[in-house]
Write a protein that binds this ligand. Structure first.
Ligand code: NAD
Length: 296
């Protein structure tokens, strides 16, 4: 099908590339010209603005780094809301349910359907097409885009209520954020006591402590100390804050999540928003006075 794709970053680029390779006709836009050129070399067509994309296709996918970017691209001046052809806006970004509903309501004024479509599974999942793709919005529009979304991962219909897929995604990412800092604390404790961190990770991954941080992040980016997993600390903290806001809006407290949130605020303050989120271990190491790395 004809698909617009805006936001060709760490996640957007591999997703768009998979869609091109699967035979879809893509019209692409990003603020960074070089990534647009790279996708054009693979067979996509370049657009000059979000509106230009929305003038040319009925379905526009976006993968953007902030709530403001999604709001601007969707509803701002020169945004897809001004497009002549667009029928549906599919937001693959994590923006939280409040922002998803806001964008939904603004687009509805121009009869544009919003499908909330956050994804999980990281850059590796985007490259391999193994993401968890969570969708909420009108069922008929979901069915229209489902075959294309199947190219980027396993597709789940969460419900018709706008924003509900965002709630699903925030619950998932709070668990991912928790796994990252909790595993860091456990491994730092072991190293402080003289254990080998590589042996610790092997044991945890064969035992009941296994989680996504011990399984993926420690072997790939923490034990080798490359800190290049592909997800920025700023994006992780955005998701943690959004989850805590969501809980507050629902009138409930999340005791573990609040402690996890406090740790992530230290990480962003000390390692910076641009750092890879596997840097979360660094302040924990510093406080304990040890460094976790492969021995030998
Ligand atoms: P990124 O910063 O690598 O990519 C964002 C892209 O959007 C960049 O290419 C940037 O140039 C472009 N952009 C920004 N503002 C724009 C605008 N106004 N118009 C056009 N292009 C614009 O971010 P990412 O890591 O790819 O994440 C994108 C979204 O996916 C975020 O919401 C993030 O939370 C979510 N996500 C990321 C991962 C991950 O592992 N990186 C995993 C799951 C979900």
């Amino acid at each position: 099908m004809d698909i617009g794709f805006i936001g060709l970053g760490k996640m957007g680029f591999p997703m768009a590339r998979r869609l091109v390779e699967a035979g879809h006709q893509l019209v692409v836009f990003d603020q960074r010209r070089e990534v647009v050129d790279q996708l054009v070399a693979l067979g996509a067509q370049a657009a000059t603005s979000p509106k230009d994309v929305a003038d040319r296709v009925e379905t526009v996918l976006v993968s953007l780094p902030s709530l403001q970017a999604s709001l601007d691209v969707a509803t701002g001046s020169g945004g897809v809301i001004e497009g002549k052809k667009i029928k549906r806006f599919v937001d693959l970004s994590t923006v939280g349910s409040h922002m998803a509903v806001r964008i939904h309501d603004l687009l509805a004024i121009n009869n544009i359907v919003q499908l909330d479509c956050p994804v999980s599974g990281g850059v590796g999942g985007a490259e391999k097409g193994t993401l968890a793709v969570m969708v909420s919005g009108p069922k008929a529009d979901f069915e229209t885009v489902k075959p294309a979304l199947g190219v980027i991962g396993k597709v789940f219909f969460i419900g018709e209520k706008p924003g509900s897929a965002q709630t699903m995604k925030l619950a998932n990412n709070m668990l991912s954020a928790t796994a990252m800092v909790a595993t860091s604390e456990a491994v730092v404790m072991g190293v402080k006591a003289g254990l080998d961190p590589a042996v610790m990770i092997d044991v945890i991954n064969s035992g009941s402590g296994m989680n996504t941080a011990s399984r993926d992040k420690f072997p790939r980016a923490i034990l080798p100390r490359s800190f290049d997993f592909g997800f920025a600390t700023g994006l992780m903290v955005k998701d943690v804050r959004l989850c805590l806001e969501e809980a507050k809006a629902l009138g409930m407290s999340m005791e573990v999540a609040e402690a996890v949130g406090r740790l992530w605020e230290v990480v962003i303050r000390e390692a910076g928003a641009e750092s890879d989120f596997t840097s979360a271990i660094k302040p924990i190491e510093q406080a304990a006075g040890v460094v976790v790395g492969k021995k030998g």
